[in-house]
Write a protein that binds this ligand. Structure first.
Ligand code: CUA
Length: 166
């Protein structure tokens, strides 16, 4: 079979770009730790309290084992509910020691929100009716801003919080 020169060039280009994009996906998945969030777990967005994780008293940070934490968050327009401090004010900062494993569990009461902990590999889409889970090891210390990265309405830019790794 005879292949025209341009056809060969085009074949090589096609194969090379396939390999290149597979390498990029592999790098993101295995080196940078980018993975899809959880599996399809459903919840009634009108009644998130029916799920134990999202009852008001269970929101925010809980240490479940030595160095292992769970953070439950309810997103709504335009706030992240991280539970309350002992004095009754809304929690805005989650504090965990460096090296700890943190499972973030987020759901939405209304529209699609985002949940990104900028500077870490935590980046989820939060859809009403679903529970978004992502576990991450907090390797670096510092203050990381939690931002909503899905446009959710007029107060979109007001949705933020902080994860402090000490
Ligand atoms: Cu919530 Cu944008």
């Amino acid at each position: 079979m005879h292949l025209h020169k341009y056809e060969k060039v085009w074949l090589v280009f096609g194969l090379a770009s396939l390999v290149l994009f597979l390498l990029i996906i592999g790098f993101a998945a295995f080196w940078k730790g980018t993975h899809p969030q959880s599996h399809i777990e459903t919840i009634d967005p009108q009644n998130v309290e029916a799920n134990e994780s999202f009852q008001p008293d269970n929101l925010g940070l809980t240490e479940v084992a030595d160095g292992k934490y769970v953070v439950n968050i309810v997103a709504s327009a335009f706030n992240y509910d991280f539970g309350k401090e002992e004095d009754g004010t809304a929690t805005k900062t989650i504090r965990v020691p460096k090296g700890s494993t943190v499972l973030f569990q987020v759901t939405s009461k209304d529209v699609v929100h985002g949940f990104q902990v900028a500077g870490t590999n935590v980046n989820m889409m939060v859809e009403p009716g679903h529970i978004s889970r992502f576990e991450s090891v907090m390797k670096n210390d510092g203050e990381f801003t939690v931002v909503c990265n899905e446009y959710c309405g007029i107060g979109h830019h007001l949705m933020f919080g902080t994860v402090e790794v000490y």
